[in-house]
Design a protein around this ligand. Sequence first.
Ligand code: XBP
Ligand code: MG
Length: 247
Amino acid sequence: MALSAVLFDVDGTLADTERDGHRLAFNQAFNELQLDWQWDIDLYGVLLQITGGKERIRFYLENYVPSFLGRNDLDEWITQIHKVKTRYFLNLLKEGRIPLRPGIKRLLDELRKNNIKIAIATTTTYENVSTLLQCTLGDDALSWFTVIGAGDIVPKKKPAPDIYHWVLGQLGLPAEDCIAIEDSENGLKSATAAGIKTIITTSEYTRQQDFNNAALVLEDLENVMIASHNEPLSVQTLINLNRRTPI
Ligand code: XBP
Ligand code: MG
């Protein structure tokens, strides 16, 4: 067993994208489309139980404004709303409003120096990932990642393991040679169901969730207590974690 790759979630893990990113973009889209919907911070926390923007809109319709469900173009309409939302989200990224979380750049650099592959496994739309990476890490950042698994590339989003199975397949690696870094219970369920040991860095919306199956739970990658030393999460720690018994 050797650590060959680290698989990163995006939303909540690479960057704090939800409260002041995706949520704002959804509301901007609703406003542009003259929909009288407003997702406040608390409501958005509830809606986050559903991963995927289109799936989240549908869940909102079903549970909060069911009168819209009768439309005979429902699927296309949701797709249209989501396209507008994505345009607003990309603008926020391009304006530099969504930075990477502490320690992400350092760990990515360290992994690359140690020839450990890095990959992405996310439910968000591909352009959101590529734009976030390019805006925060530079134009060549996409080439750092051996595989980017995103959005509708698999039919079932997290907590289903499909996106992790897909990324493992593309990497050509067994689950036990990889570690996942996630921020949510849905993400943890997805990665562990694919057999991948998972580190959690908690985020505002996920702090209270159940992380019992995680290999390690941290506030972030930078200011963490490991073996009673206050030090950033290092590649060596990941390698040691990977050597321990499977999940
Ligand atoms: C992230 C998501 C995403 C974003 C919205 O979940 O659920 O849906 O909130 O992105 P995870 P899109 O971090 O577990 O992958 O609107 O592009 O779907
Ligand atoms: Mg996440």
